[in-house]
Design a protein around this ligand. Structure first.
Ligand SMILES: [Zn+2]
Length: 468
């Protein structure tokens, strides 16, 4: 077996791993690189043409950094199938359409501003490139409870297990017919946490598997319990309401927004927060919420316990208002507090959140609530680091609003949970740590090796090939 790491190796975006075994080539994920514009564009355009000739693609989940280059792969001639869970397929379609339209807008803007960029001078793909990719999808059910292998093609079998990261997310085990018997490899995708609202907990498998590609995003961190974040959220809402201020929450449209809606709905029902309006101002967030509603059978038992009445579903609450049009969104600018507005993007680099920030950031009555990881060089990171002034739409604004940070809302397993995942794998010999920065990956490596001298742990870099 040969594994080549084409992305999310030595970093966290652009997830793409090629497995070659038994004469077959299978690509795990086909994600987009994100980050600094020029660098990300070069890496995305640089995706190897050889990848278009692989025999199959298997997708772990629908985040852009795992699925975002599928239309480009298909444009370059990929004709095989794309395997995923049903929810992942549905969410991917929205994510890719959204990504195509952002690229088209960006491209027009760069042309207008005469900003030079990587060749060729065109978007990676456009809206019309999405349907041909979607036509290649084939749905694969989760392996439990039947535990049946699904045939990907002759000589390659697959099992999906719940990853608990976002709706539809899976980790996978693959079995190839090798020259001297079956060869297995597992890929964690992004692993979630236990007791996340709505989502089922990550599953373990009792199948034997010697090789694991394991994510390491928070390989050096232990998260505090979610309840800590919920309490801080509650207190922030109460404070802002007393001051008649606005609570602005930048959130990724997929995953975090639904968790927030769920928690706020619960807090309303319990009477633990004041009855103030909540606006979800994100068309993509609204589409995502509708997909979540289509997959109620995927919800965990906890959410059925929290909302036992079938009339009172977790993501349906008349106090939560969804704004789709730009007009409705702009009306919020003139509306007096108190109210809560959730909008994307999560790192505040684009999207409607920037308009809300411009209108709220210089007034000390308001609260900006930061619930997601903020990468370097983003507006979100500058706020986390308490910079006194920030730039929005080419103007400087004083930061007078209260900045509240809630790191506990993470959708990724922490170091302890990642280790537990590896510990539950039967017959594990070799771990390759992917999807993590250097510091996080090395911390997790040391943790996994501690007291386990039979395990081999490697941190491959982009472009590396490992022969097993
Ligand atoms: Zn993810």
């Amino acid at each position: 077996m040969k594994i080549t790491f084409h992305g999310a190796a030595g970093g966290v975006t652009g997830s793409k791993h090629l497995i070659e075994a038994g004469g077959k080539q299978v690509l795990l994920d086909c994600g987009m690189f994100q980050g600094r514009r020029k660098e990300a564009l070069d890496l995305n355009w640089g995706m190897s043409k050889d990848l278009s000739h692989v025999d199959a693609v298997i997708l772990s989940h629908a985040h852009l950094d795992h699925c975002g280059l599928l239309p480009l792969l298909v444009k370059r001639g990929y004709k095989g199938k794309i395997y995923s869970t049903a929810a992942t397929r549905d969410i991917t379609e929205f994510i890719l359409k959204d990504s195509a339209s952002i690229q088209e807008q960006d491209f027009r803007w760069m042309q207008k501003e005469k900003i030079s960029q990587a060749q060729p001078a065109e978007p990676l793909y456009e809206g019309d490139d999405v349907p041909p990719a979607m036509n290649l999808f084939r749905e694969v059910p989760f392996a439990k409870p039947t535990s049946v292998w699904q045939n990907v093609m002759p000589g390659v079998r697959l099992k999906f297990y719940q990853a608990g990261h976002i709706l539809g997310s899976a980790w996978m085990m693959l079995e190839f017919d090798g020259e001297s018997g079956p060869e297995r490899v597992a890929f964690s995708g992004d692993l979630g946490r236990f007791n996340t609202p709505l989502l089922k907990d990550p599953e373990y498998s009792n199948e034997e598997c010697p090789v694991l590609l394991l994510e390491s995003t928070y390989g050096n961190k232990e998260h505090k319990p979610r309840e800590v974040a919920y309490e801080k959220l509650k207190q922030a809402i109460i404070r802002a309401t007393d001051r008649k201020g606005k609570v602005v929450i930048p959130a990724f449209a997929l995953g975090r927004t639904q968790e927030l809606i769920y928690v706020l709905h619960q807090m309303h029902d319990a009477g633990s927060i004041p009855e103030i309006p909540i606006y979800v101002d994100s068309p993509l967030g609204i589409n995502m919420t509708s997909v979540y509603r289509n997959y109620k059978d995927q919800y965990d038992l906890e959410s059925r316990k929290d909302f036992p009445d079938p009339e009172d579903a977790p993501l349906v609450d008349e106090r939560i208002r969804y704004t789709r049009t730009v007009r409705e969104s702009m009306d919020l600018n003139d509306k007096r507090g108190p109210f809560i507005v959730i909008a994307s993007s999560g790192m505040m680099e684009g999207g409607r959140i920037r308009h809300h920030l411009r209108n709220t950031i210089s007034d000390e009555k308001n609260i900006i609530l930061i619930i997601g990881f903020q990468a370097e060089h983003t507006l979100g990171r500058r706020l986390v680091e308490n910079e006194p002034q920030v730039r929005l739409f080419n103007e400087w604004y004083d930061v007078r609003a209260e900045i509240v940070k809630l790191n506990e809302f993470s959708a990724h397993a922490d170091a302890k949970e990642l280790q537990a995942f590896a510990d539950h794998m039967t017959g594990l010999r070799k771990v390759m740590l992917v999807h993590g920065e250097h510091e996080q990956a090395t911390a997790l490596r040391d943790r996994l090796l501690h007291g386990n001298d039979r395990l081999d742990v490697k941190i491959p870099q982009r472009g590396d090939t490992v022969e097993l």
